[in-house]
Design a protein around this ligand. Structure first.
Ligand code: ZN
Length: 83
């Protein structure tokens, strides 16, 4: 067939039919696999106001979860760097 003006992107083949297309944070079904992004959940503990420790504590979880867009908007996280 004729080559389209917009050739497919190289990462087109990267898209797979992942059976589990649900957000692992809220459990909502994602519109598509592309809607989910692998992230590390981040727990943020606000700085204590009754001690000298005035910096908030940030804990990044090792486990990778796939989150939908709303969750990535609402909750602290760290996107998994592409390798
Ligand atoms: Zn979600």
């Amino acid at each position: 067939m004729p080559a389209p003006a917009d050739s497919p992107e190289p990462n087109e083949a990267h898209k797979t039919n992942t059976p589990n297309a649900t957000c692992e944070s809220c459990g909502a079904p994602a519109a598509g696999v592309d809607d989910l992004v692998p992230v590390h959940r981040v727990y943020v503990t606000p700085a204590a106001w009754d001690t000298e420790h005035t910096e908030e504590k940030v804990e990044v979880v090792d486990e990778v979860e796939r989150w939908c867009f709303p969750c990535r908007t609402l909750y602290p996280h760290q996107e998994v760097e592409a390798t």
